[in-house]
Design a protein around this ligand. Structure first.
Ligand code: AMP
Length: 281
C-alpha cells in the first residue's frame, strides 16, 4: 500500500492508474477509522481496481468554536486497517499542502446546505464541498463512497456532482451501528460511559418514530418528532434538531414524497452526535 502526503505525488499515481485503464474508487475520511469507515473501504474494493482512502481532518469544514484541534487521530492504526481491508493507497496531506494561504475559491451549495446541520454549522458544507472537489481533482476517482451516516452530506455531494458535472459516480453505503444501536462515529470517543448510555436514546427514538410513521402515515410526523424530543431530553440530550423531511429535497414531506429522512443532531455534554433513518412512505 502506498502512502502519499503530497498532492503532486497522489495526482501522479492517479494519472498513471487512469492511463493503465484501471478503475479508481475514493473513500474520503477524517481518519480515526471504525467499522463504518471500513464498510466503505470494503464497498470500494468491490467496485474498483484501485482504492484510495483519504485521511484528512479538513479545517475548512470546522467552525471557530468546533473540535478541530481535539479531533481524534491515530495514523498508524488507520494505516494498518486500510492495509488489512485492501486499500491500494492512502492520501494523508497536511492542511498547508491542501490549502494555499491566499486561497480564494470555494465550492458552495446554496440550498440543501441551509437545512439540518447547516443551521448550526453555516460554513460546514462549503468546506466539505470544497475539499471533496479538491480530492476528486487530486485522486481522479471513477466512483466515490460516502456513508448514509452523514445523510445530508451525501445528498449535497450528489447535487454537487450533478450540478458541476464531475465524472464521478457517488455510492451511498449503509449506516453501521454498534450492537447497542449507537451509530459508529469517531466522536464517540469523547463520550463518557454515562453519556454513551444516554446517546442510545437517539437510535431508540429514531426506531420508535419509524414505527409510528409506518403505522399512521405522514400525518404522524409531528407526533413522532415530539415523542423523539421527549425521549432524548429525558436522557439529558441537548437537541440541535429533530426533523422528518423529504429525503430528496430536505423540505417538509408533501403528497408525492416517496421517502422520508428522520434526522437528529444532539449534544451529550460537549459532544455533538448525528443519526438518522430512512423510511419509504
Ligand atoms: P468522517 O471520517 O466522519 O468524515 O466520515 C467519513 C465517511 O465515513 C463519511 O462518508 C461518513 O458518512 C462515513 N461514515 C462515518 N460513520 C459511519 C457509519 N457509522 N456508518 C457508515 N458510514 C459512516
Amino acid at each position: 500500500m502506498e502512502i502519499f502526503r503530497k498532492v503532486a505525488d497522489m495526482q501522479a499515481f492517479a494519472k498513471k492508474t487512469v492511463r493503465e485503464g484501471k478503475k479508481i474508487a475514493l473513500v474520503p475520511t477524517m481518519g480515526f477509522l471504525h467499522e463504518g469507515h471500513l464498510s466503505l473501504i470494503d464497498r470500494a474494493c468491490a467496485e474498483a481496481d484501485v482504492v484510495i482512502v483519504s485521511i484528512f481532518v479538513n479545517p475548512t469544514q470546522f467552525g471557530p468554536t468546533e473540535d478541530l484541534d481535539k479531533y481524534p487521530r491515530d495514523f498508524q492504526r488507520d494505516k494498518d486497517l486500510c492495509e488489512v481491508h485492501g486499500a491500494s493507497a492512502i492520501f494523508a496531506p497536511e492542511p498547508e499542502e491542501m490549502y494555499a494561504s491566499d486561497r480564494s475559491i470555494w465550492v458552495d451549495e446554496e440550498k440543501l446546505s441551509k437545512k439540518l446541520c447547516g443551521k448550526s454549522r453555516p460554513i460546514h458544507f462549503r468546506g466539505v464541498c470544497t475539499v471533496v472537489s479538491k480530492l476528486f481533482n487530486i485522486c481522479l476517482p471513477d466512483v466515490a463512497i460516502f456513508g448514509q451516516k452523514d445523510a445530508q452530506q451525501a445528498l449535497i455531494i450528489k447535487r454537487m456532482v450533478r450540478d458541476l458535472n464531475f465524472p464521478v459516480e457517488i455510492i451511498v453505503s449503509p449506516l453501521i451501528r454498534e450492537a447497542s444501536g449507537l451509530a459508529l462515529s469517531s466522536r464517540n470517543k469523547y463520550l463518557t460511559d454515562e453519556q454513551k448510555n444516554d446517546a442510545l436514546s437517539l437510535s431508540r427514538s429514531l426506531n420508535m418514530a419509524k414505527e409510528l410513521i409506518s403505522q399512521k402515515g405522514l400525518c404522524a410526523c409531528d407526533e413522532a418528532v415530539k415523542m423523539m424530543r421527549d425521549e432524548i431530553t429525558k436522557c439529558h440530550g441537548e437537541i440541535d434538531y429533530v426533523e422528518c423531511l423529504d429525503s430528496n429535497t430536505l423540505e417538509a414531506p408533501v403528497e408525492n414524497t416517496t421517502e422520508i429522512l428522520i434526522a437528529v443532531a444532539v449534544k451529550f455534554g460537549t459532544t455533538r452526535l448525528i443519526d438518522n433513518v430512512l423510511l419509504g412512505v
